[in-house]
Design a protein around this ligand. Structure first.
Ligand code: SF4
Ligand code: ZN
Length: 300
């Protein structure tokens, strides 16, 4: 099978693509997705949350290509044997693509690295990491004056998130999934966008390699403990046998997303201000403050 331009294919998605045609296809689809979902306005100041992996770097690269004011924010959780390498990648590419990079660390912001927090709190590192990373990305993006924060979530991440929330019957969280994240406008919340969510992990990796970029394939040592990993394996297995399962989950959700978001907007769950730090929350304290309050020295 040849690409329609006559070259040998590097990937077969719906049809065969050579590297050049695949790059064009990928960029065209992402542009269409951004436009259709009104993810960003021409003059938006956008902060891309980068980790140094292929997804977030591709997001930064493409947004920089399409918009004037794009920066990157990297949250260094402090994960030994993992974060220093991916941080180095992020620094290298941001410099090469002329994207200003802002770095913040758990250690400086909260007093402890993730490795230390996991030991002290004795809870799953991913539960701490996700909450504190989202907290810092939103807070720092707002303080730096950004209109939007972009993340590198791909189709695999999105379909996993939809299934996980379905399994937990958590409609509030499910309503927060989507191309534009957040169902309520709140002064402390910077709107989140996910430009890559229609592309599978395999497609993003192919694009990254076709562009000649190199990534660090090292996995976070805590990833084996994540519940998401189980869902990922189940979904990969199913998608392998029944092609299109992931994109069908996304399409099924997207058709119903507006209604879900409308219901969530009208629900009794109100967005409030955390009594400790002033960030947004649905309770009296935000999730970050709730986690940090459990540190032994705070409970003594
Ligand atoms: Fe954080 Fe868990 Fe992801 Fe590692 S696997 S970066 S601990 S959320
Ligand atoms: Zn708080």
């Amino acid at each position: 099978m040849k690409c329609s331009c006559g070259n040998n294919p590097v990937i077969i998605i719906h049809k065969a693509y050579c590297d050049e045609c695949f790059i064009k296809y990928f960029e065209r689809e992402i542009k269409k997705h951004i436009k259709k979902n009104k993810l960003a306005l021409k003059n938006d100041k956008i902060a891309v949350g980068v980790s140094g992996g292929k997804d977030s770097l591709t997001t930064a690269y493409l947004l920089k290509k399409y918009y004037h004011d794009v920066s990157a924010v990297l949250i260094d959780e402090g994960i030994k044997g993992y974060r220093p390498y991916s941080k180095e990648k992020a620094e290298k590419y941001c410099k090469e693509w002329d994207i200003p990079l802002h770095i913040y660390s758990f250690k400086e912001e909260f007093g402890y690295s993730l490795d230390q927090l996991a030991k002290k709190l004795k809870i799953n590192p991913c539960s701490i990491c996700g909450v504190l990373r989202r907290y810092l990305l939103n807070k720092k993006s707002r303080e730096l004056g950004f209109d939007k924060t972009a993340t590198g979530h791909n189709l695999d991440d999105e379909s996993q998130a939809i299934l996980m929330n379905l399994f937990a019957n958590d409609l509030q969280r499910l309503s927060r999934v989507g191309a534009l994240v957040g169902v309520k406008e709140f002064k402390n919340f910077v709107v989140k966008i996910k430009p890559l969510r229609i592309m599978s992990e395999k497609e993003v990796m192919t694009y990254f390699l076709c562009k000649g970029f190199s990534t660090d394939l090292r996995e976070c040592p805590y990833s084996a403990t994540a519940f998401r990993l189980k869902i990922r394996n189940v979904l990969n297995d199913y998608d392998f046998k029944h092609k299109g399962a992931k994109i069908n989950i996304l399409k099924f959700f997207d058709k119903r997303a507006e209604k879900l978001k409308e219901q969530a907007r009208n629900s009794s769950v109100n967005v409030k201000t955390c009594s400790n730090c002033g960030e947004h929350t649905s309770g009296d304290y935000c999730k970050a403050c709730t986690i940090l309050a459990k540190l032994p020295e705070k409970t003594n």
